[in-house]
Design a protein around this ligand. Sequence first.
Ligand code: SF4
Length: 218
Amino acid sequence: MAEYKLLPQKDAAELVKILNNVYKDSHYYLDFKTPIDLLAAAVISAQTRDEVVNKATPALFSKYHTARDYANADEEELTKAIKSVSFAGNKAKNIIKTCKTLVEKYGGKVPDEMEELIELPGVGRKTANTILINAYGIVEGIPVDTWVIKLSYRLGLSQNKQSDKIETDLKERIPKAYWSKIAYVMKNHGRAICQTIPYCSKCPINHICPKNGVTTRN
Ligand code: SF4
C-alpha cells in the first residue's frame, strides 16, 4: 500500500481557499427556521438523502413547533409524519427522548454550548457543530460527515478514521475562517468532481492534492 501523504500546512490552507472560492455558495443542506427544526431535521437525516429530508420536514415543522410539542408527541403520529424517511420509528423515538431532555433540563431551549449538546441523546459532535454553526453562528469546530471523512483522507488533511480525530486534524490544518463552510464545500466538491472514481484532470486542486488512495479516471 502506498505511503500516506500528509499535505504541508501552507498547501492545506491554499487548497481550502481554492475550493472555498469554487464552491462559494455552499451552505448547510437541510431546510430549517429554528434551532429545534434543525435538531429534528438533523436526527431525521441519518442515512437519508437530503432531498428526502427536505421533502418531509415542511409538514413536520408545521405540526411541531417547539421542543415541548415533540416531547409530548404521540410516537405513532410522529412516526407517521416522517414515514418517508428511513428508520422513521427509531428517529421519532429519538426526537421525543431528546426533546424531553430539552424540556426537563433546558426549559425547552436547544443549548448553544458544545458540552450540553453532546450530552443530549443521539447528538454527537457532528450534529452539535451543525447546530452551533447554523442555528447560532458559533464556530467551535467542523461537522465531520461521510464526505468530510472521505475527502480529508484523499486530500492529505487527515489519515484518521474516527470523526473526532479527523476534526482535530482539520482544525489544526485549516484556517478558522473556513471551518463553518468546509463540510458543505467538501460535499459539493465530492458530488461534482471528487466522486468514487474522481475526475482529477478536471479538478481545481489537482496541482496540490496528494490523491491518497485514489484510482483516477483516464
Ligand atoms: S478529484 Fe482528484 S485531485 Fe481533486 S480532490 Fe479529488 S482526488 Fe484530489
